[in-house]
Design a protein around this ligand. Structure first.
Ligand code: PHE
Length: 314
């Protein structure tokens, strides 16, 4: 097409040269030659345009027939993972307490004996220390055996009212079907004026029902922790047999889910809170324990073996 254009309409084309010499013709012939010459030029230009259009249409038609895209074909999916059951359960617990106005806080896993024990009313010679099978990092420094040290750190940072939960990893030298050297807890702490054991029970009932179902009942049993007085262990009515007694609850109808109590005034002494003005409650719940009860997992070690056949079920 370009060759044709140069040949018939280029600077050296016959027609163009002819039109350029019009001024040399006799005056009376000039209009007629000019008119016919322009007609011919328009006709040639038109023919070129028509051909260009034809070629472009052909190209488009060919493209459409060879480059077909079937927009109805399914796409290729990239595999997407999901949160580990422990992380899912932790978030579920956090959501429940955030819904009650709590703030989520964290503290260090490598902790001083002061925060892990002493400020929690557990001095060096206290028999409760031996129950914890502590990992020692060096003199005075341990892997925290519980999330309770975050209670003390939170109270040091703020004045009441305190409404916090502290989720995280904890460590104990222990390993069997129901104990692993690392496991997760969520600590809860409330300090305000006029807080009573009834508030603790109501809070834990709300938690148990949100977590395990609206029909769950909660009972408190007397217990001992160095940093709460009175202390309780908290049971929830068995979600498998609804309290009638089955294998999961060992025929008792109840499942232990957490430890709790009213903050011991001695603990307030370490953070300079006035026990004459403030009272509070605290609780600690094992995240794996909650997940095991909720999903019927019977061996704690499954959580940490990372066997995809286990993980994919949740
Ligand atoms: N820290 C205790 C434990 O790990 C649980 C607990 C927390 C008890 C808060 C009372 C209050 O066993």
């Amino acid at each position: 097409m370009e060759a044709a254009r140069v040949r018939f309409l280029g600077r050296k084309a016959e027609l163009v040269l002819l039109l350029r010499t019009i001024s040399e013709l006799p005056v009376e012939e000039r209009p007629e030659v000019g008119r016919v010459g322009n007609l011919v030029r328009k006709a040639l230009e038109g023919a070129l345009e028509t051909r260009r259009g034809e070629l472009e249409d052909q190209e488009l038609a060919q493209g459409l027939s060879t480059d077909q895209i079937d927009v109805s074909l399914p796409g290729r999916r990239s595999p997407v993972g999901h949160l580990h059951l422990v992380a899912q359960t932790q978030r579920e617990i956090e959501d429940i307490f955030i819904g009650m106005g709590y703030e989520v806080v964290t503290g260090p896993e490598v902790e001083t004996e002061y925060y892990n024990f002493e400020a929690l009313n557990t001095p060096a010679d206290h028999p409760a220390r031996s129950l914890h099978d502590t990992f020692f990092v060096r003199e005075g420094v341990v892997l925290r055996t519980q999330t309770s040290p975050v209670q003390v750190r939170s109270m040091e940072k703020q004045r009441p009212p305190v409404y916090v939960i502290a989720p995280g990893k904890t460590y104990r030298r222990d390993s069997d079907a129901t104990h692993t050297p690392m496991f997760h807890q969520v600590e809860g702490l409330v300090v305000d004026e006029g807080i009573t054991l009834a508030h603790l029970k109501g809070t834990l009932e709300t938690f148990a029902r949100a977590m395990f179902g609206a029909d769950r009942k909660v009972r408190l049993r007397p217990h001992f922790f160095p940093f709460t007085e009175p202390s309780v262990e908290v049971d929830v009515s068995c979600m498998v047999c609804d309290g009638a007694g089955c294998r999961l609850c060992k025929r008792s109808g109840w499942l232990e889910i957490l430890g709790a109590g009213m903050v011991d005034p001695n603990v307030f002494g370490f953070v300079d809170y006035d026990p004459e003005i403030y009272t509070g409650f605290a609780f600690g719940v094992g995240i794996e324990r909650v997940a095991m009860l909720k999903h019927g997992v019977n061996d704690l070690r499954l959580f940490f073996e990372n066997d995809l056949r286990f993980l994919r079920q949740f």
